[in-house]
Design a protein around this ligand. Structure first.
Ligand code: GTP
Ligand code: MG
Length: 573
């Protein structure tokens, strides 16, 4: 099942085509019938001669109703792009095509309508006009069918073309995370509130417990209907009417969204790419009253360009958007940006980060989950899935951890254990993350809530190189003749610490720290490298990497020419 939206300039024959294909007039309102013009979205379903079913969303072409058009095209799979041969390419042909491109649509076909009102030359001119305008866009290779609905000319060819289009268009993805942007709400006699929309992301089932956002109203699915058939379960990619228990029809509106509450992060600030339309006659800065179209909704937004200068027409950049309400968004969602003052489409793009943590001055968003982990250091894998849509195995416990942070954590916990007295380390003093790390450390035994190093139980802990290192902690011998794999393993376990090509025993580092703490107790203003080196009784070649290790662990800190105590240095004296 696919959902196809019409698109094209006002009066070019979109609704007439939908009516010819579905047998239903998509212009539902009296005012639409009187004015002969679509104002709001219309809906219909067609069964093609092949038996395939297609759902249609018919949009208005008039510039005044462009926001209704935007509400209709957010979740569709493909478009039926309509151009009247009598008029050729017109402003909203262009604007609709730009919008569909910004929304990332990839599939569609073109109907050249009203050919019965033109002679062959005019039809040919119109066809060339269309071909020229769609070149370089997703419609470049699309089928173009000439039709004239009153005489029925071309309607069969259009149906056959739609059949091929549907066959070539992938069905909506099912990632088990349903979302339905509401595009219509009404009260059904006897059964309460009904909302309609195009379902994406996953199936909905009768009795599902959902929430209406941004209002945050819990609801239950009483019944589902798709194409006038009652269903127990509806698959993503269908047009759906959902009968809801728990909310009045006056409390839901277009632009609201139905999701399962635990499956979504709710965003008020998002980072996104912004493709500025080349046809714009000014650059995009933070000035201006902007409206973002996301899903079926229209939201006044504050825009901050990420980077130090405004974006020029045709340029691709990054922006931070501040929304007035919290919505269930995910990276990859598309949006269109319009400026309300000038009534023009500015551009649009893709959401990249739905929960940015860096200040705008430093944010450089992309869709990579690694970036999200790096910027956070540590993130629960469930949370990471909400933020990125991607599930990954935890690096430790239930967390995804930036590699540098993971190593620092390993060293920190190993150090705590190493530094603990004979009674061992009180595990209660560790946070959940440190405890998870403790459980992975080899050579550590936890007994009655206390962790102690059991180096003796570990064959590698008896490694002769360790004994050699311990014998000369501040002037360690190089690992000549030591098996490389064993050396790697000794380092990985934190028994040996490498710095600038010099290998130290883990004990040497804490021992060195104690000596420096002693010196600093007498000379809190700082000690020089030479003083430290003398206290350690070693050469500069060994003193420098040792100091670098202490600096790296926050045991010492460099200030000008001297070292002072770092935040982690134990009190000396
Ligand atoms: N002769 C002829 N007339 C057509 C054809 N298609 C549409 N029309 C006429 O063109 C007028 C506009 O058609 P609509 O289908 O309402 O146009 P629309 O694109 O839906 O217009 P909006 O929704 O307002 O943007 C109507 O009077 C139709 O009868 C066609 O193929 N041939
Ligand atoms: Mg219409």
């Amino acid at each position: 099942m696919h959902v196809i939206a019409t698109a094209g300039h006002v009066d070019h024959g979109k609704s007439t085509l939908v009516r010819a294909l579905t047998g239903v007039d998509p212009d539902r309102w009296e005012e639409e019938k009187q004015r002969g013009m679509t104002i709001d979205l219309g809906f219909g379903a067609a069964t093609l001669p092949s038996g395939r079913e297609l759902a249609f969303v018919d949009v208005p072409g008039h510039i005044r109703f462009i926001k209704n058009m935007l509400a209709g095209v957010g979740a569709v799979d493909a478009c039926l792009f309509v151009v009247a041969a009598t008029e050729g390419w017109k402003p909203q042909s262009e604007e609709h095509l730009r919008i569909l491109e910004l929304l990332g649509l990839r599939h569609g076909m073109v109907a050249l309508t009203k050919v019965g009102l033109c002679d062959a030359d005019l039809v040919e001119l119109a066809r060339l006009d269309v071909v020229e305008h769609v070149s370089g866009t997703f419609l470049e290779a699309a089928e173009l069918v000439e039709v004239d609905v009153p005489s029925g000319y071309g309607v069969g060819a259009l149906q056959a073309g739609l059949d091929r289009l549907a066959a070539a268009t992938p069905t909506a993805a099912d990632v088990g995370r349903p979302r339905l942007w509401v595009d219509r709400v009404f009260a059904a006699k006897g059964s309460g509130t009904v909302v309609t929309g195009t379902l994406t992301g996953g199936p909905l089932v009768v009795d599902d417990e959902l929430v209406v956002l941004p209002r945050d109203q819990p609801v239950r699915v009483r019944a589902l209907q798709s194409h006038h058939h009652t269903r127990q379960r509806a698959a993503p990619g269908s047009r759906l009417a959902v009968n809801l228990v728990g909310v009045s029809h006056t409390d839901v509106r277009r632009g609201d969204v139905l999701v399962r509450p635990p499956q979504w992060h709710r965003s008020r600030t998002v980072d996104a790419s912004l493709e500025v339309l080349a046809g714009l006659d000014h650059e995009v800065s933070r000035r201006g009253a902007f409206v973002a179209y996301v899903g079926s909704g229209e939201l006044p937004v504050k825009v901050r360009v990420l980077g130090d200068r405004p974006l020029a027409p045709g340029e691709h950049g990054l922006v931070r958007l501040h929304l007035p309400v919290a919505l269930p968004l995910r990276p990859g969602d598309r949006y269109v940006l319009r400026e309300s003052g000038r009534q023009e489409t500015v551009g649009g793009g893709e959401l990249l980060d739905v929960a940015p943590v860096l200040p705008a001055s430093r944010a450089r968003p992309d869709r990579s989950p690694d970036r999200v982990v790096r910027e956070r250091g540590v993130v629960d894998v469930d949370e990471l899935e909400l933020l990125t849509g991607e599930r990954r195995p935890p690096d430790l416990g239930r967390w995804a951890i930036d590699p540098a942070r993971l190593e620092a954590l390993r060293a920190e916990v190993a150090d705590k254990v190493a530094q603990a007295g004979p009674l061992g380390l009180d595990v209660v003093a560790l946070d959940a993350l440190q405890r998870a790390m403790l459980a992975t450390l080899e050579g550590v035994r936890v007994d009655a809530g206390r962790a102690t190093a059991v180096a003796a139980a570990d064959p590698l802990a008896d490694h002769p190189y360790l004994a050699a290192l311990d014998a000369a902690p501040f002037a360690p011998p190089p690992p000549d003749g030591v098996d490389r794999a064993e050396l790697r393993e000794l380092t990985r376990r934190g028994l040996v610490v490498a710095q600038d090509g010099i290998y130290f025993s883990a004990g040497a580092v804490s021992q060195a720290a104690r000596v420096v703490a002693g010196l600093l107790a007498d000379q809190p203003a700082g000690v020089t490298v030479a003083e430290v080196r003398d206290a350690w009784g070693c050469s500069r070649k060994h003193a420098l990497p040792l100091l670098a290790l202490l600096d790296g662990r926050g045991l010492t800190r460099r200030r000008g020419d001297v070292r002072i105590a770092g935040p982690r240095l134990p009190p000396g004296g």
